[in-house]
Design a protein around this ligand. Structure first.
Ligand SMILES: O=C(O)C1=C[C@@H](OP(=O)(O)O)[C@@H](O)[C@H](O)C1
Ligand SMILES: C=C(OP(=O)(O)O)C(=O)O
Length: 434
């Protein structure tokens, strides 16, 4: 794809309503569970973003009929646990770690061989973390130097295991639980530090808490009923506007119907602790997930310490949190976030380099970074590192930096948020470039 450059200039104010894209994590899971269900499921508000679309194209290759009805609702004709078909070529997960890791769990229990591939970024991300528990269950997988391509040998008998997660990762947890559907007996995942809980919620698993750890158990052969899944708007997409609406003066942005799952929304608490003015209105439930309308207004921020067990609950929001930190008075320190180094890019190094280029004072640690806020930011050219969250976080920084910030490789926003740049222009009252 051609590299696209976006120019963002300092904004006087941001005003308006943003209809955010559907939740990416929930969309992946709804598609996968619908494919394994007995009967036809409907997915209301499925995400047009590139990552959830990668999950759909892999499922289609596995013989799952998926189409849109006349109302734009996605119809998935579930194949049941035994009905997937052998793919005739490698399954391309694109840029999506969630697609690759969750699908690997399902494919480990199939009677056929399969190969999972991804783009350059995904092919650099660690896959041993899923191969280890899957091999303990009896699966046969070959990685390429710890990475994709992943070759999965079919026809293996899987047995249930008890697996304590060595890294807090919802993708590893979900991979093991999905493989557990195809295993003999029960599979238990023990989570010392909670991560996003969509998989267990959507599978209807009971959660046992013991000595501060969460125990999740799935029974092999458990049938998945077909149903209608409704997908709330993505809190991780809201994050960019929660920060933008806070740091740009004279702003008011309304974000209707945003998912507020407590295992995802720690950024709200952190921004409020920094002094942000965010109101939560009209709290309700949507498809088994809590949602609400969020309203953010400009305010001044002060630095905070962020670390420990809340990190997995805001891991994807940390790039844009560092932008808030650069605009706050005092020091913000983010620790225990080494996982950021193995996302679409090394998000610690990428944000440090980009914020420093704008004039921010940043100190880098193995597991995080510290930002001495309140220094003047000046627009310059920065890179997305082909990482959607870096591109969008720098778009937000460009709204407060003096002059113009030029973001190279900005098109990757489409991975989670098609139309992001147009929304930014509209809120700033600028003609929307197409
Ligand atoms: O399960 C999920 O939907 C996700 C889990 C997280 O990854 P890890 O499991 O690697 O922490 C997160 O960063 C990713 O964007 C989505
Ligand atoms: C890390 C992310 O996604 P994934 O792991 O699915 O590629 C993300 O969306 O920030």
């Amino acid at each position: 794809m051609l590299s696209m450059t976006r120019r963002v200039s300092q904004a006087r104010s941001l005003l308006g309503v943003v209809e955010l894209p559907p939740d990416k994590s929930i969309a992946h899971r709804a598609a996968l569970l619908a494919a394994l269900a007995d009967g036809t499921s409907r997915l209301v508000n499925y995400s047009p973003a590139a990552d959830p679309q990668s999950t759909l194209s892999c499922l289609r290759q596995l013989g799952v009929p998926i189409y849109e009805d006349e109302h734009g609702i996605l119809v998935v004709e579930g194949r049941g646990l035994e009905g997937l078909q052998a793919p005739d070529r490698p399954l391309d997960c694109g840029n999506s770690g969630t697609t690759m890791r969750l699908l690997a769990g399902i494919l480990a229990g199939q009677p056929f061989d399969s190969v999972l591939v991804g783009d350059a970024s995904l092919s650099r991300r660690p896959m041993e973390r899923i191969a280890t528990p899957l091999r303990q269950m009896g699966a046969e997988l070959t990685l390429t130097d710890g990475h994709a391509p992943i070759h999965i040998r079919g026809g293996r008998t899987l047995r249930g295991i008890t697996y304590r997660l060595p890294v807090p990762s919802a993708q590893v947890k979900s991979c093991v639980l999905l493989a557990g559907l195809f295993a003999e007996g029960e599979t238990t995942v023990i989570e010392p530090i909670p991560s996003r809980d969509h998989t267990e919620r959507m599978l209807g698993l009971s959660v046992v808490e013991l000595n501060g750890e969460r125990y999740l158990t799935v029974r092999g052969g458990m049938r998945i009923p077909a149903r209608t899944w409704t997908i709330p708007r993505d809190f991780s997409a809201a994050a960019f506007f929660l920060v933008a609406g806070t740091i740009v003066p004279d702003s008011e942005i309304r974000l209707p119907g945003v998912g507020l799952n407590p295992s995802r929304s720690a950024l709200l608490d952190v921004l409020r602790a920094m002094g942000a003015d965010i109101t939560v209105e009209n709290e309700r439930s949507y498809g088994g997930e809590p949602i609400a309308d969020l309203v953010v207004r400009s305010s001044t921020l002060h630095g905070v310490q962020v670390g420990g067990a809340i990190i997995p609950n805001l891991i994807d929001e940390i790039p844009v949190l560092t932008v808030a930190a650069a605009c706050a008075t005092g020091r913000t320190e983010i620790r225990d976030a080494a996982e950021l180094r193995v996302k679409e890019t090394d998000r610690i190094a990428a944000m440090a380099e980009n914020l420093q280029a704008l004039g921010a004072r940043v100190e880098v640690f193995d597991d995080g970074l510290a930002i001495e806020g309140g220094h003047r930011l000046r627009g310059t050219t920065v890179r997305s590192f082909d990482d959607h969250r870096i591109a969008m976080a720098m778009g937000v920084a460009g709204l407060v930096a003096e002059g113009e910030t030029i973001i190279e490789g900005a098109e990757c926003a489409r991975i989670s948020f098609p139309g992001f740049w147009e929304v930014l222009d509209r809120l700033a009252g600028r003609p929307v470039a197409v």
